[in-house]
Design a protein around this ligand. Structure first.
Ligand code: C2O
Ligand code: CU
Ligand code: CU
Length: 461
């Protein structure tokens, strides 16, 4: 019974206990977990020469560990909370069992100080994913708790090296210490930006890599706010997957629009001569910003991008558009007078946003009704209508959806879990509701999520 807290026994429903006994087995829960993931306070040098205090992280030091699984493999991850506030850990993009999804009250009780929860994580899809808390989410993510989660294809596509790039900002003052993590007037608009951009917690890192080698860059934007366009310069490079799903045809590695929660896999061919560099660049309104440098070392391996095997398609069901039911979602302001509810998972103290005119007021043991109920196995067109002057990266847990059409721009026919909905845009996406459970559905600008722009969809038999 190691790994299950007393609280879960007291509060867990009979169904939850039966499910854990049946699918994981008591024997397994008595064994050591594959991975220990303690939630800790820590200090780290983010800005050169300055130690940032009161960071929060996974593990005892530095950036969160990169967690790797094989496609379809189950790993047990034991999360022990050493923070003086509650938490849960969510596996962003995983189409797994609802009970392992890490959403307070919808799928589990918050993990409190000193408690341990054992996740059994598994992904039917290969690709680049990430993990983060889903309780006190702004505070915990802004202070450092975002990590990369990689699911390997059964067959290696032929890269020399794989380089996860956890891209995010920190909101630090000149002294290297956290500034106010958000400003209410920004939360009611586009969100509060950080002040220091990092890759793997470093400012403009340089990676030394074999000359002429083939590199798989795995970009994950784990920032709480920043939407940006990225490109690679100085080397031949192609986008091979977006949001963990392979693109049908490789795309040029330029003008890659990524919002919080989104990922891009890039195949990069390193330059041939020692000392030559390629760069990852972020374009902002203020100009372009160097994010990371890739420097060629040694004699050229003379590889060629054409040697890479195409990534296999993930096992996502194709929605049946002809027979799909349409579900409408309106993203807008919050009606006046809605006060946030006190919750163990925190509140920013304001309600600015709503879905279908209902703001999410906080994570409580008696959550609001689902925004929609879907029948397992049926196809749906999910119509997303943005009635606000801001952009919202709309994220759905547990299911992958396909981009169908927009009233503003052509959309590639890609599967994703997070779609950037532009201001004023109406976008249709489609899915097969093939994974039962209560699936969180929210904007991934965390200030928006935490001030109302959240809810959940239910898939039931
Ligand atoms: Cu990446 Cu509900 O979250
Ligand atoms: Cu998620
Ligand atoms: Cu938003």
């Amino acid at each position: 019974m190691l790994g299950m807290s007393r609280r879960e026994f007291l509060l867990g429903s009979a169904a939850t206990l039966a499910a854990s006994a049946a699918s994981y087995g008591w024997a397994q829960s008595a064994m050591a977990a594959d991975l220990q993931l303690p939630l800790n306070y820590l200090s780290h040098e983010i800005m050169p020469g300055k130690i940032t205090e009161r960071m929060m992280g996974f593990g005892s030091d530095g950036p969160a560990p990169v967690i790797r699984l094989k496609q379809g493999e189950t790993k047990s991850v034991e999360v022990t909370n050493n923070l003086h506030e509650a938490s849960v850990v969510h596996w962003h993009g995983f189409r797994h069992e609802n009970a392992m999804d890490g959403v307070p009250y919808l799928t589990q009780n918050p993990i409190e100080l000193g408690e341990t929860f054992r996740y059994q994580i598994r992904s039917p899809d290969a690709g680049t994913f990430w993990y983060h808390p889903h309780c006190n989410t702004l505070d915990q993510m802004a202070r450092g708790m975002t990590g990369m989660l990689i699911v390997d294809e059964p067959e290696d596509p032929g890269f020399n090296q794989d380089l996860p790039l956890n891209i995010r900002d920190f909101r630090l003052g000149n002294d290297g210490q956290f500034a106010a993590l958000f400003k209410p007037r920004n939360a009611a608009r586009g969100g509060t930006l950080g002040t220091v951009s990092t890759v793997n917690w470093q400012v403009q890192p340089t990676y030394d890599l074999p000359a002429g080698s083939l590199l798989r860059l795995r970009l994950a934007v784990t920032d709480v706010t920043r939407i940006g366009r990225y490109h690679v310069s100085g080397a031949e490079a192609k986008v091979i997957a977006l949001d963990s799903h392979p693109v049908p045809q490789p795309l040029p590695a330029k003008d890659i629009l990524l919002s919080p929660g989104q990922r891009a896999d890039i195949a990069l061919r390193m330059p041939d001569h020692e000392g030559e560099t390629a760069e990852l660049v972020l374009n902002t309104l203020a100009g372009s910003r160097l994010m990371a440098t890739f420097r060629a070392m040694g004699a050229s391996l003379n590889r060629n991008l054409a040697e890479l095997k195409p990534l296999p398609r993930n096992p996502v069901s194709e929605p049946d558009l002809a027979n799909a039911e349409i579900l409408d979602f309106l993203f807008g302001w919050s009606p006046d007078g809605d006060e946030p509810i006190q919750s163990i998972c925190g509140s920013l103290g304001y309600t600015f946003w709503s879905i279908n005119r209902t703001p999410w007021l906080g994570d409580t043991p008696d959550p609001l009704a689902p925004l929609a109920v879907m029948k397992v196995g049926k196809s749906y067109i999910v119509r997303l209508k943005n009635n606000t002057p801001n952009d919202h990266p709309i994220h759905l847990h547990g299911l992958a959806f396909k981009l169908i059409r927009s009233d503003k721009r052509p959309l590639p026919p890609l599967f994703t879990d997070t779609a950037l909905l532009l201001s004023g845009e109406t976008m249709d996406v489609a899915l097969v509701a093939d994974n039962p459970g209560n699936w969180a559905f929210h904007c991934h600008v965390i200030e928006h999520q935490k001030t109302g722009l959240a809810g959940y969809l239910r898939v039931e038999a």
